[in-house]
Design a protein around this ligand. Sequence first.
Ligand SMILES: [Zn+2]
Length: 239
Amino acid sequence: MFSLIRRPSLFELCESVIHLVYPELCVACNRELPASDNCFCLSCSLKLIPFQMDRPSDNAFTDRFWGRVPVEWGAAAYYFSRKSPVQKALHQLKYRNNPDVGVKMGRYLAIKLKNNPLVPHFDLIIPVPLHQARERLRGYNQSAMFARGISEITDIPVRTDCVKRVLATSSQTRKKRMERFSNVSEVFAVLKPDVLKGKSILLVDDVLTTGATLELCAAVLSRVEGVRIGMATIAIADK
Ligand SMILES: [Zn+2]
């Protein structure tokens, strides 16, 4: 008679040993995590406000782009508020060399997407690119990490070679400067229009505030024939 209890693989055993020696910590409060596929401990999870996906094409996310650029679908993983666990997670991702936070957030959102029949089909995921100099400095693009996590669950391919950021802006001045640009080509450029033609693209970034960066990136993408755009971020903040 065979047993229904599956034996753990060598990889799973190694993972458990590593977890015992180097336990993963909650990105918000540094408490030990019971499972390594989460970002937050139970106590921090209870403080999070997940974004509701019951109206995927007409919600607080897509409303922010109304009259600016066509967005067929939009969602965030969480609402953002100051000092919340999600703010601490974003800080880890952007300034504390913790790219894994982005990947885990991507997986979390993707599981919600996969189980939601209102989510349209996407052909490609494109992370909002950083300027080359900034990416070199940080070592990675935080939005690309988020994209990777979504892709792992959904199998939608990530393309980081189709859009380029041609203008570098510092994070302090970014918001004001972005809003000034009327010519979108000053900030982003499409590199491979043939790859994008007729595609449904999920454009992803770390956080949605005014939407200026996402708008500019979506605007250059939407110049390509037949492109449809959906957007996803880790967090949505107040304007
Ligand atoms: Zn915690």
